[in-house]
Design a protein around this ligand. Sequence first.
Ligand SMILES: Cc1cc2nc3c(=O)[nH]c(=O)nc-3n(C[C@H](O)[C@H](O)[C@H](O)COP(=O)(O)O)c2cc1C
Length: 192
Amino acid sequence: MKKLLYIDSCIRGELSRTRRIATPIIEKLSERYEVETIVINDLDLVPVQIEENRRRANGIVSDEALCWANKIKNADRIVIAAPFWDMSIPAALKTFFELCSLFGVTFDSDDKTCFGLCKAENLLFITTRGMAIKTGDPLEQATPYIKALSWLWGIKGFEVVARDNFDYIPAEEIEKQIESAINEGIEIAEKF
Ligand SMILES: Cc1cc2nc3c(=O)[nH]c(=O)nc-3n(C[C@H](O)[C@H](O)[C@H](O)COP(=O)(O)O)c2cc1C
């Protein structure tokens, strides 16, 4: 069975509407993929600062970061679920990426530029936003970032399931939106 890496960055845990959308989509994908989950809340993440940068410059990378990087590199598919925070992704997820987006593992370079080393053909990003900001709006800086990172890793396929205005619409409307997002994600999962 092919491998799918699910990166759950739904920081509000059980309260997360993004996770409510992602869970049944992952269940559907688990019919065709062996799913491994990384829950960002479970990791003890420290932002990359000068000492970590120095270690890396000397070729020293923690076993943990190397392990995450190899999971990303070797997955056949990747799913990321994260809410829209401060017009982008939660900082904990960005820290995770900075720790495990590793030169020589997830990407490499020649004498001109960088290129990806990851095996995955497709990445699915699942998100919900508080304000009425659609995917593609210049104010929406999460999807372009995740897409750009996929490019760095060499992943060509990119799908997004997003719902917005969750902080301003009535609870019943949120429920309808969650249901339609799940259906959209399950349709994507069938061909993913
Ligand atoms: C720390 C924090 C930052 C947020 N920043 C934004 C933002 O910049 N723009 C926005 O539209 N919504 C923002 N929101 C609202 C969330 O995107 C929205 O409530 C989303 O549905 C939360 O997803 P969740 O239920 O999966 O946690 C923020 C929420 C939190 C807790």
